[in-house]
Ligand binder design. Structure first.
Ligand SMILES: *[C@@H]1O[C@H](CO)[C@@H](O)[C@H](O)[C@H]1NC(C)=O
Length: 334
């Protein structure tokens, strides 16, 4: 009885007030971080920047775009880190963890990569140089090394990397990243791998194969760009299946979109859905943290990508908390 009463009292002592905010609750649940993506154009909005730096809610940030290939190596061998450094310095000034994002992705690639007609050996060396330079520059951070290698049916995406090198680009990127920063956590990230299914099986098979070849791989990033009312019922089991491969997992790009206009019923379902996702991570000890894909609907990528959809974030357009915020709180406390 004493032990049972002891824990809440202790937590109150550590967090005398405000012990109901997202990052504090994530830490109390034993996680490394709760954080958010951000992007350079938003940093002129000072109310936005103030909340972005509120470490009781976010003690981790991810650069939404400015560490991608088109931003960091716009022409071969010419590296530009100015915009990425702005995000990295912001994290440093706030005392937040930075997640890198990313080494190799089929999108937002400069045309010199996609249209260069490189042969296998040359493209592999381009991947190595890119990953090595990027990861060295952000040494001490944790990158998403390979982003979205699969199609939804579990086959490999026919990117320039896959069509030229097969899967050799994946091991080349991971090895280059490990050599550049032995302490960096190396992740492979994808979407539509929240529940069990063909694509999650493909990811598990890839990670198993990399491990059997001695290729460094530390984690699987589950993006979790979800739809209100459609959180897969197998989410927690799937996270556990990934952890059982001997890697950690993180939810790296969470948002839960709806068909607009938002209604009270949709916002209430969204609250429940956020709670379900957060609780799944809480319940799986190898799930180390959660990142939302920006925190306010004002800067969400959703309306620009999915026509007629939006309202996917826990704060609305006016930077006011939605029921989804309470859903995240409940998920950590459940
Ligand atoms: C590309 O080269 C690598 C390393 O030599 C090799 O393992 C891989 O099979 C090659 N890929 C293709 C498609 O030829």
């Amino acid at each position: 009885m004493h032990a049972k009463n002891f824990i809440p009292i202790l937590l109150l002592a550590i967090f005398p007030k405000g012990y109901c905010q997202l990052a504090q609750l994530a830490t109390a649940a034993g996680k490394l971080y709760f954080g958010t993506a951000t992007d350079n154009p938003e940093l002129t909005d000072s109310p936005y920047v103030t909340q972005l730096g509120n470490t009781a809610d976010f003690h981790q940030i991810t650069a939404g775009n400015s560490m991608k290939w088109d931003a960091t190596e716009p022409s071969r061998g010419t590296f530009t880190f100015t915009a990425g450094d702005t995000i990295a310095n912001l994290a440093l000034s706030h005392g937040q963890i930075l997640r890198g994002h990313n080494c190799v992705w089929h999108n937002q690639l400069p045309s010199w990569v996609t249209s260069g007609n490189f042969n296998n050996a040359t493209l592999l060396s381009i991947v190595q140089t890119h990953c090595s330079t990027l990861v060295s520059h952000y040494k001490g951070k944790i990158p998403d090394t390979i982003l979205e290698p699969f199609n939804d049916d579990g086959t490999f995406r026919q990117s320039v990397f896959f069509t030229t090198t097969g899967t050799a680009y994946i091991s080349a990127a991971l090895r280059a990243a490990r050599a550049a920063d032995p302490a960096a956590k190396l992740y492979i990230n994808d979407f539509n791998i929240e529940g069990t299914g063909a694509k999650s099986t493909a990811m598990a098979n890839l990670v198993r194969s990399l491990k059997s070849q001695g290729v460094p791989i530390d984690g699987i990033g589950v993006q979790a760009h979800l739809i209100v009312g459609e959180v897969p019922s197998t989410l927690q089991q799937n996270l556990q299946n990934f952890v059982n491969l001997g890697v950690e997992v993180a939810i790296t790009e969470l948002d839960i979109r709806m068909t607009l206009p938002s209604t009270q019923a949709l916002l209430t379902q969204q609250q429940q859905d956020y709670q379900t996702v957060i609780h799944a991570c809480k319940a799986v000890s190898g799930c180390v943290g959660v990142t939302i894909w920006d925190w306010t609907d004002k800067y969400s990528w959703v309306p620009g990508t999915f026509s007629g959809q939006g309202a996917a974030c826990p704060w609305d357009q006016n930077l006011v908390k939605k029921p989804a915020y309470q859903g995240i709180v409940n998920g950590w406390m459940q």
